[in-house]
Design a protein around this ligand. Structure first.
Ligand SMILES: *Cc1c(COP(=O)(O)O)cnc(C)c1O
Length: 373
C-alpha cells in the first residue's frame, strides 16, 4: 500500500488540548513496584500491603460461577452485598454505600462534600491517595504533621479546622505508620469538630487491630451523625484485585454517596466474592490472626535488634529511617524484598509469608549493625 501524501508530510502538531491546572500540582500515585528478580532468591513484593494468602477455594468457586455471566452488567444497586453487610454490621442497608475499592468510596465522599477551594483535612504522612483525590476534585488538601510516635496529632488537627473544611480523614491504623488513634482522644477530637463537617474513619486495616484502646468506629458512627466509617475487602479479606469497599454513613450522607458513585462501579465478580468472603469470615479470620502473630513476631525481633518501631496495628511495619530511607529500601531490594520507601520519612514493609518476614528481619539487623559501624 502506498500513500505518497504520507512521505513528505510534516509531523502532526499536537493539539492544544486544555488539561486542568490542578494536574500540575499532583504527584502521581506511586504503586508498589514488583519485586526485582534475584538469582537463586524467591522475590517478595512487600510494598502494597497485599494479603499473601491466595483466595479461598469457596471464593474461587463463586468467582468461576460469576464469570459465566460477565456479559451482563452488574447489579448497579449492589443489593445483595449491601444487604449482607447491613446484616453483618447491624446497620440499616440505607446507611451503606459501596464503591470500587474504598478509594472509590473516598472519591464519592470528597465529590459529595467539596466545592472548588473547600478543604479536606488529614494527617501527613498518611495514605497517598488522599492528596491526589482531594486535588483532582478541586478541593484543597490541608495536611497536619503526625505527632510524637508517628501518631495523628488530633489537637493540631482540631485547630486546623476552618470554615472551608468539609471533610476530615482520620486513618486508623494509619498508612504508612501503623499507629491507631485512641478511643478517648478520638471522642475529645470529635467534640471539637463542628457537627456539619464530615469526619471519615478510614479503617482499611481494622481487622488487624488488637489494641483494646482502639475506637469502636461503628459505635462512634452510631452516636454522631457526622461520622462515616470506611472499610475495604482489599486487605484482610484478600480481594485487592477485585476492587470493592464501602462506607457506613448516616442516611442523607449515604444517599449522597450513592448519587456521587460511578454507575456500575462495583463489578459483578467483586460483588459475588465479597458476599462469599463475608460467609467465609471465620476462615479468613484465622488467616488474619496468623498475619497479626507474624507482625508481632517481626516487631519484637526488630525491637530486640534496637529498632525504634512505633506501635504497629496493621499488616505492615513502619521503619522511620529519615535520610537512610533510600539506602534501606535498596538493601531490601538487594535481598529480593521490594518495600515501599517514602521520601526521607521511612519505609513501609508488608507482613507477608514467614520466609519474607524472616528475610526482612535479617536485612534490617545487618543494616542497623552497619549503620552503627
Ligand atoms: C489500602 C488502603 C485503602 C483502600 O484500598 P482499596 O483497595 O481501594 O479498598 C484505603 N485506605 C487506606 C489507608 C489504605 O491503606
Amino acid at each position: 500500500m502506498t500513500d505518497d501524501r504520507a512521505t513528505d508530510a510534516a509531523p502532526p502538531t499536537p493539539l492544544p488540548v486544555r488539561l486542568r491546572a490542578a494536574l500540575d500540582a499532583l504527584p502521581a500515585y506511586t504503586p508498589g513496584r514488583p519485586a526485582t528478580v534475584r538469582e537463586g532468591l524467591v522475590a517478595y513484593k512487600i510494598s502494597s500491603n497485599e494479603n499473601p494468602f491466595p483466595p479461598l477455594p469457596s471464593v474461587l468457586d463463586v468467582l468461576r460461577e460469576a464469570a459465566t455471566a460477565v456479559n451482563r452488567y452488574p447489579d448497579m444497586a449492589v443489593t445483595a452485598l449491601t444487604a449482607a453487610l447491613a446484616e453483618r454490621l447491624g446497620v440499616p442497608a440505607e446507611r451503606i454505600s459501596t464503591g470500587p475499592g474504598s478509594v472509590g468510596v473516598l472519591d464519592q465522599l470528597i465529590r459529595a462534600t467539596c466545592d472548588d477551594g473547600d478543604e479536606v483535612l488529614f494527617a501527613w504522612r498518611s495514605f497517598e491517595a488522599y492528596p491526589i483525590l482531594t486535588t483532582m476534585a478541586g478541593a484543597r488538601p490541608v495536611m497536619v504533621p503526625l505527632g510524637p510516635g508517628d501518631r495523628h496529632d488530633l489537637d493540631a488537627m482540631a485547630a486546623a479546622v476552618t470554615d472551608r473544611t468539609r471533610l476530615v480523614l482520620v486513618c486508623t491504623p494509619n498508612n504508612p505508620t501503623g499507629t491507631t488513634v485512641g478511643a478517648a482522644e478520638l471522642d475529645a477530637f470529635l467534640d471539637r469538630v463542628p457537627s456539619d463537617v464530615l469526619v471519615v474513619l478510614d479503617e482499611a486495616y481494622l481487622e488487624f487491630v488488637d489494641d483494646p484502646d482502639a475506637p469502636d468506629a461503628l459505635a462512634v458512627h452510631e452516636a454522631r451523625p457526622n461520622v462515616v466509617v470506611l472499610r475495604t475487602f482489599s486487605k484482610a479479606y484478600g480481594l485487592a484485585g477485585l476492587r470493592v469497599g464501602y462506607a457506613v454513613a448516616h442516611e442523607p450522607v449515604a444517599a449522597a454517596l450513592r448519587k456521587a458513585a460511578l454507575p456500575f462501579g462495583v463489578n459483578s465478580l467483586a460483588q459475588a466474592a465479597a458476599i462469599a468472603s463475608l460467609e467465609a469470615s471465620d476462615e479468613l479470620d484465622v488467616r488474619v490472626k496468623e498475619l497479626v502473630a507474624e507482625r508481632e513476631r517481626v516487631v519484637a525481633a526488630l525491637r530486640e535488634q534496637g529498632w525504634d518501631i512505633p506501635d504497629q496495628q496493621a499488616n505492615f511495619v513502619w521503619f522511620g529511617l529519615g535520610d537512610d530511607t533510600a539506602a534501606f529500601a535498596q538493601a531490601c531490594d538487594d535481598e529480593g524484598l521490594t518495600v515501599r520507601p517514602y521520601g526521607t520519612d521511612g519505609v513501609r514493609a508488608t507482613v507477608a509469608e514467614p520466609e519474607a518476614n524472616d528475610r526482612l528481619v535479617e536485612v534490617a539487623g545487618r543494616f542497623l549493625a552497619a549503620r552503627r559501624g
